[in-house]
Ligand binder design. Sequence first.
Ligand code: 2U9
Length: 362
Amino acid sequence: MEQVQELALARIAASDDLAALEAARIDYLGKQGSISALLKTLGAMTPEQRQSEGRAIHELREAVSAALASRKAELENAALDAQLAGERLDMSLPAPPRLEGSIHPVSQVMDELAEIFADLGFAVATGPEIEDDWHNFTALNIPETHPARAMHDTFYFDRADAGGHKMLLRTHTSPVQIRTMVADGAPVRIIAPGRTYRSDSDATHTPMFHQVEGLVIDRGIHMGHLKWTLETFLKAFFETDDIHLRLRPSYFPFTEPSAEVDVWYRLEKGRRVLGGSPDDGKDGGWMELLGSGMVHPKVIAAAGLDPQEWQGFAFGCGIDRLAMLKYGIDDLRAFFDGDLRWLKHYGFSALDVPTLSGGISA
Ligand code: 2U9
């Protein structure tokens, strides 16, 4: 019995999980267990044997039971300690980092434009920034000899493409509209936002800048459609109905007639703020914001459509300028410096997606 007890206690002490301990319990105290078998021998003993042996067997059972219970408590405590250590939360740790990075004002405004014009039935079209002179100029009624070619301060590449076309960095996004008309025909309702390039650099011009142009081609389109569309767009973009427009006659090779679109601003603490009207008696003035016009019949024909059947309007506008006006940013060049402090200040959260229902600006 001493041997049995020694073996049992050693096995219990060596059980290092609850399953091993339970197996040991079954081997000793289970129905077929060895100590249970010893207990069964009590019945066949004489009263004297039972006095001495019986007590020893009971003491053995008690000792093994107690060892099982204490080892079980030890193992359960260790399991709980391990779980608590794993689930511990150190309240003295620094807070987790917040969302890093931000949306550049130009990207934000592009998203706002897409949202506003989508609501008016316009799709967003894009195209290559490296263009040939036919898509960038000739198709837009700007032939080789046209003074507008010189006015665009074009960046040309040294070599022509395989078809002998001069290659250049697009000076406006208009070639995108030409490509869309050629590829898809009419009707057309698109905006074309994107990067454009002109060899021009001063306080208000950067060699790369962003434009958005719009194009509508359909039957029976007239300048009333143009004016309503621009007015609706500007009211949605600047989030006010207090917008007064003036269409002023102008000239572009690709539109006829052409009009520049001015908006009235009032002066608030020396700053120009869109709103008010010329006859409200307050300090203000007209600010040029967009160029526009009815698409020139030659441009419609160049894109492969019959100008007798299809008419349209188009407009163009600088996105960088829209962003500066809307968000009160006064230095254009800082837009493209990649200065993280500037981006932190003027950038938008990636979670502030502009929607018409949730608000166009963040
Ligand atoms: C096609 C037909 C017509 C797009 C137009 C303007 C007027 C315009 C300037 C505004 C400021 C460029 O960023 S800016 O310097 N743009 O004034 N753009 S109409 O007319 C088109 C385009 C494509 C097929």
